[in-house]
Design a protein around this ligand. Sequence first.
Ligand SMILES: Cc1cc2nc3c(=O)[nH]c(=O)nc-3n(C[C@H](O)[C@H](O)[C@H](O)COP(=O)(O)OP(=O)(O)OC[C@H]3O[C@@H](n4cnc5c(N)ncnc54)[C@H](O)[C@@H]3O)c2cc1C
Length: 438
Amino acid sequence: MASKQTFDAIVVGGGPAGTAAALTMARGGLKTILIDRGRFVGAKNFFGGVMYTHALADVLPEYWERKPPFERPVTEQGYWMLSPDSAVRIMHKSEHYKQEPAEAYTVLRAHFDPWFAEQAAAAGALVITKTVVTHVLQDAKGRVIGVRTDRPDGDVFAPIVIIAEGVNNLLTQKLGLIKNDLPPRFVALAVKEYISLSAKDINARFGLSGHNEGAAIDIFGDATLGLPGTAFLYTDAGGISIGVGMLLEEFVYHKLKPYEVLARFKHHPAIRHYLEGGRPLEYGAHLIPEMGYDRMPKLASAGVMVVGDAAGMVDAVHREGTNLAMTAGKTAGTTAIAAHRANNFSAGFLKKYRKSLEASFVLKDMKQYRRMTDFLDSSPHVLGTYANFLNDAALRYFTAHGMPKRDMEKQIVGLLQERRSFAGVAQDMFKLLRAMRG
Ligand SMILES: Cc1cc2nc3c(=O)[nH]c(=O)nc-3n(C[C@H](O)[C@H](O)[C@H](O)COP(=O)(O)OP(=O)(O)OC[C@H]3O[C@@H](n4cnc5c(N)ncnc54)[C@H](O)[C@@H]3O)c2cc1C
């Protein structure tokens, strides 16, 4: 990269947010550069992961003809609540999920992200890898005018910089758009393994008829030792993605090691059968921002916008992140195009970005669940208590004891009371409803 290179727009980070922004701007006629630190775009990126096609279609309407590297469509999904030795499962299967293209697919990011970046390059964006952006450059008035990279003579200039650096938002912090590093209360740590398994075994174990069916299961309760967090089990084409995530604070407070929590989960009697004979091929750990709507960074300032995980755009309740990231990337890209047309890159003009996001599902959903992390933080017993209760209650309900059913029902109420008083249950339900309603 030669020095003093000038573009219309610079994007830092080639995850779903950054690539969506770069693709949008390149298609809008802006001379765009996308800079990523990976050996190739997406080299170190990973997630659960279920990707939602509504957001992809919005950025790249012809995505289906471009043959995206999806693993399997998600045709069955739901929740499992684990106690130490059993599971209550709520699954949903529908013919509706079998439409092609489907609404959601499992994806491996090391395959998807480079493909997505190729689409941005095909639209005209210059994609540069193996390059770390170390600083955001500002003029004397504090307006962002470009970035410094770790390449020799690696300064790049543009009137618009879109920061899509992911959860480790060092540049966002350096710019003062967010005050501190994320405290452990507001960031989750997830560990994931990709386990290679034959498609035949996957289909047999998950009850799938072929590669055109797939399952996505989110799991609570004993999976995270009853602590606030979730685990997941997703089917890929020739393997299984399995992982657990909990707030960082819980790992620290309970002196738990993430890989031990995952190993314990993998040996759970309701889980281990799915993995038998599989070969672990990949292992990784990644943070998930859970600061919520009220603690997001400032989303725009003169010459700069922040998108995706860097801005905390995650909906942990519905395990959504990539779609929020893509929609935010597209919105920032569209705002950048409008800024060029108006030749106005001021903080005032770029406020349009946040305004558009407030009108979309991205900030509406984040606003709705703004209290969720605080709820889990103040009621850490909730997932463990009710998962264990549901399993014990199901055992009573589904077993014939030769006792009148009225007595069985009383026993189930007793099982709940052993764990939580009526007042406690009412309080939990009230707090949960409040957290769900915003
Ligand atoms: C275990 C796990 C499970 C998840 N499951 C799901 C799921 O099932 N569905 C879902 O939709 N979401 C899921 N998410 C969330 C989702 O992965 C994120 O919300 C999404 O990846 C955010 O995209 P992004 O582009 O903002 O950031 P990222 O995907 O993190 O991309 C950031 C990019 O920036 C680059 N970068 C960073 N700093 C620099 C720098 N200084 N210079 C150059 N390049 C830089 C990185 O290399 C990276 O490519 C999950 C996350 C985790 C961790």
